[in-house]
Design a protein around this ligand. Structure first.
Ligand code: UN1
Length: 496
């Protein structure tokens, strides 16, 4: 099955049959491929090749670079079904979410095409007669992309499309849990490169490797920018190492995303939004809803409604019409169980969370999503557990709800469900949510590509995807030009 998908996506057979690193599907735990791992020396060689590609690519006009992404978008449209299905096999996403992830790649390709004619700088008034100033944006160099298992293709696409339009070369280190989706995405990009016809070799490369290979990318001064998505623990290591060599980084790390449910909220809408955000992708999005801060007047009702909605959620094989697929692996299951027992010790009342389908799939980890009534924001609630656990906590006044929203180490996504305009505006104001994303009457996950994506505090501060996130992939240059016959100095200094 997976072999057929990989072949149809243009991946060479030796790339997924000859290696020493086994790849397992979370659907039933079986081995579906084995891939070769790059050593740090391999990574260094690829960086040297990428540097050569950069030297050529930066000279190609940006709209012509954009043409590559237009073709890539078309290739992705033709292969959406197969790539989406491969994502399901490798990451355990349900059909709709596998397809949605590929759509996110297509959307960012379209965005990048438009951007290729809009890498705008400024003109700035000079204080000196006969002078003008302007700001220009130039390609940066080699960009390293480190991505996680849970969005095995879209996060690379956000980074790579912008990096390529900006004139850079890219080296991608995907999660070791999802190398096949990476090899397939790379094969599709190479197909687009052949169709485009004007692209230097080595412009985009993949390094499948372990921690040492990742660090080879992180520590190499020839890599101008490292864009890393994953756990806060990973970012805590990557950020300082890149900074120590004065490289740039974009960090997109853990989230601990909350919804404030106000007394005036439309509860029908809220239940649907909570279900998608808390249970979707089996709770394994960085934007997953993990905390529900419910006004005490609606708390009991929302818990009752969620309990009945959770009981109806179909759990099982992600390609067979279910809503919740498996966790990525046993370690994820154990982390979930540890968090639930800690929650009980901290006064929590746990509904659900138990293992499911273990007879049918003894080597896979399906769980019922857990709903946990907590007396307050205890230690376990302040920690991101990458599993479907939703902690529910009460609040009595809106200021307290905002305080709870902000009182965690992470700052990625947040939302309020209210029909009170004042609450909605306050939540999005400077006195409101401290997160990179603050939504009204929409859940915390499932952001569109057009906005800048990322968050504050332990989420790492980076922004990817839409808005002006492209600027992080370019270097800014200030130009002052004298078209007069005099040499006036700035600040009125006379130097005669
Ligand atoms: C992630 O989980 O790393 O907003 C990215 C969302 C998706 C991206 C999630 N568009 O949920």
């Amino acid at each position: 099955m997976v072999d057929n998908l990989l072949a149809s996506l243009g991946v060479e057979r030796s790339a997924y049959t000859m290696g020493s690193h086994p790849v397992h599907t979370p659907i039933d735990g079986s081995r579906i491929a084995s891939v070769r791992l790059d050593t740090p020396a391999d990574v260094a060689a690829k960086i040297a090749q990428a540097r050569q590609a950069f030297d050529a690519w930066r000279a190609v006009p940006a709209p012509r670079r954009g043409e590559l992404l237009r073709v890539f978008g078309e290739v992705l449209r033709r292969n959406k079904q197969a790539l989406g299905e491969l994502v399901s096999w490798e990451a355990g996403k349900i059909t709709q979410e596998g397809l949605g992830e590929v759509q996110e790649m297509i959307d960012i390709c379209d965005f990048a095409v438009g951007l290729s004619r809009q890498l705008y700088g400024l003109t700035i008034a000079s204080e000196r007669p006969g002078h003008h100033m302007r700001e220009t944006w130039h390609p940066l160099g080699v960009v390293g992309v480190i991505s996680a298992f849970n969005f095995p293709v879209a996060v690379w696409a956000w980074n790579t499309t912008l990096a390529l339009v900006a004139g850079n070369a890219v080296i991608w280190k995907p999660s070791e849990k999802t190398p096949l989706a990476a090899l397939a995405s790379q094969a599709l990009l190479q197909q687009a490169m052949r169709e485009h016809g004007d692209v230097p070799q080595w412009l985009s490369q993949v390094c499948v490797g372990d921690r040492a290979a990742g660090l080879a990318l992180v520590d190499d001064p020839r890599v101008a920018l490292v864009s890393a998505t994953g756990s806060t623990r990973m970012g805590r290591e990557v950020g300082p190492r890149v900074a120590a060599r004065f490289g740039r980084s974009i960090l997109e790390l853990g989230g601990n995303n909350a919804m404030i449910l106000a007394p005036s909220a439309d509860l029908d809408l809220a239940v649907r939004a909570i279900l998608f955000a808390a249970v979707g992708t089996a709770g394994q999005r960085c934007t997953t809803l993990r905390r529900l801060i419910a006004h005490e007047s609606v708390r009991d009702e929302i818990v009752a409604r969620l309990k009945s909605a959770y009981a109806k959620v179909r759990i099982g094989h992600p390609l067979q019409g279910n809503l919740v697929g498996p966790l990525i692996d046993k370690a994820a299951y154990e982390a979930m169980q540890n968090a639930l027992s800690q929650a009980r010790q901290e006064g929590g009342k746990v509904h659900g969370g138990e293992r499911r389908l273990s007879d049918e799939y003894p080597d896979a980890y399906y769980v019922s999503p857990a709903l946990v009534e907590m007396p307050g924001q205890t230690d376990v609630v302040r920690h991101e557990t990458f599993a479907p656990i939703l902690y529910v906590m009460p609040y009595s006044d809106f200021a307290e709800a905002i305080r709870l929203n902000n009182e965690v180490p992470q700052g990625l996504s947040s939302c309020v469900f209210t029909t009170d305009l004042r609450e909605a505006e306050l939540f999005q104001s400077a006195l409101g949510s401290d997160c990179g994303i603050a939504n009204v009457n929409i859940g915390t996950s499932g952001a569109e590509i057009g906005g800048a994506f990322g968050g504050e505090k332990e989420t790492g501060g980076g922004r990817e995807s839409g808005s002006d996130a492209w600027k992080a992939y370019m270097r800014r240059q200030t130009n002052t030009v004298n078209y007069s016959r005099e040499l006036p100095l700035a600040q009125g200094i006379s130097f005669d």
